[in-house]
Design a protein around this ligand. Structure first.
Ligand SMILES: Cc1ncc(COP(=O)(O)O)c(C=O)c1O
Length: 304
């Protein structure tokens, strides 16, 4: 298949049945490998989706060299850097100073400008710093993935449609997904529940956090629980939250790479830890879908 640019290669990710994990849990567990998107995560979809939406509104003009600023722990930043390079925008990314130096290097290699925020100021330190920079530079365009309706909308129009097509003859019982901006759980939860009304949707969060009680705490599972209840998160899609411990996620990365041979980061492992905790509760053989957001490469310091 030939694409005119890398942007056309975003989406249409494969779903794999995790055979070993399914045997372990007694469930039928399927994983959509968003890690195989250009840039290595599901965030390529929303980066492009938000840029295209801003262009449709006349806020961004392709080839203009306008500056896009975004607080991103890495993955959305990579997606924006890719879209910016191909569509003609400068990209400034604000990321917490405790995030992996490898991810920072990757962002710089893509040509993005990286600004570090002080992680001691909380899990949303990069969001606050980006806001400051945007106020100082009113010409900068902040797409703001935490508030941008194009984030869940991109998942409604692409990720969800792919899932509905692929599972047309095997209805899903359950979706288990992490919550950062809430973009994908909202888009997928709404669309999948519309097709399969009995489907249950579980959000995943670090054990220290409690989204539904609006309680936030520092944690080390990058991408999840960003220190606030995001405005684009549709709480109505949630049937419950499942808590996971970082140590269990690390162990799950090791086990999954040796058994089902899927490379995965901590937040993706968190989904599997959460599914394992549901195993006794769901009827045997229930079909559970989850997502692998990114691969292990950006998390190697956790394994040394
Ligand atoms: C690695 C990783 N996992 C999970 C998420 C959560 O996805 P969402 O923002 O759609 O809730 C993110 C978001 O930044 C992420 O980068």
């Amino acid at each position: 298949m030939i694409h005119e640019s890398l942007l056309q290669a975003i989406g249409e990710t494969p779903v794999v049945r995790l055979a070993a994990f399914s045997a372990e849990t007694g469930l039928e567990v399927y994983a959509k490998l968003e890690s195989l998107n250009p840039g290595g995560s599901h965030k390529a979809r929303i980066a492009l989706g938000m840029v295209r939406d801003a262009e449709a509104r006349g806020i961004l003009v392709p080839g203009s060299g306008q500056t896009i600023i975004e607080p991103s722990g890495g993955n959305t930043g990579i997606g924006l850097a890719i879209a910016g390079n191909i569509l003609g925008y400068r990209v400034v990314l604000v990321i917490p100073d405790n995030y992996s130096p490898e991810k920072q290097k990757v962002l710089r290699l893509y040509g993005a400008e990286v600004v570090l925020s002080d992680s001691r100021l909380g899990n949303n330190s990069h969001g606050e710093k980006a806001m400051e920079l945007q106020l100082e530079n009113p010409g900068y365009v902040m797409l703001n993935q935490q508030r941008n309706a194009a984030n869940p909308e991109t998942h409604r129009r692409s990720t969800a449609l792919e899932i509905l097509r692929d599972f047309a003859d095997r209805p899903l019982d359950c979706l288990v997904a992490g919550i950062g901006t809430g973009g994908h759980i909202t888009g997928l939860g709404e669309m999948l529940k519309a097709r399969w009304p009995s489907l249950r949707v579980f959000g995943v969060e670090p054990e220290q956090c409690d989204l539904l009680a609006d309680r936030h705490a520092p944690h080390e599972i990058q991408g999840l629980s960003i220190g606030l209840v995001p405005s684009i998160l549709n709480l109505e899609v949630l049937d419950g939250m499942l808590k996971v411990a970082k140590a269990d996620c690390l162990e799950r990365v090791r086990r999954t790479m040796r058994s089902d041979a899927v490379s995965l980061g901590l937040s993706s492992a968190a989904n599997l830890v959460a599914i394992a905790s549901l195993a006794g509760e769901l009827p045997r053989g229930s079909r559970v879908l989850t997502l692998i957001y990114d691969g292990v490469d950006g998390y190697l310091p956790h394994f040394e």
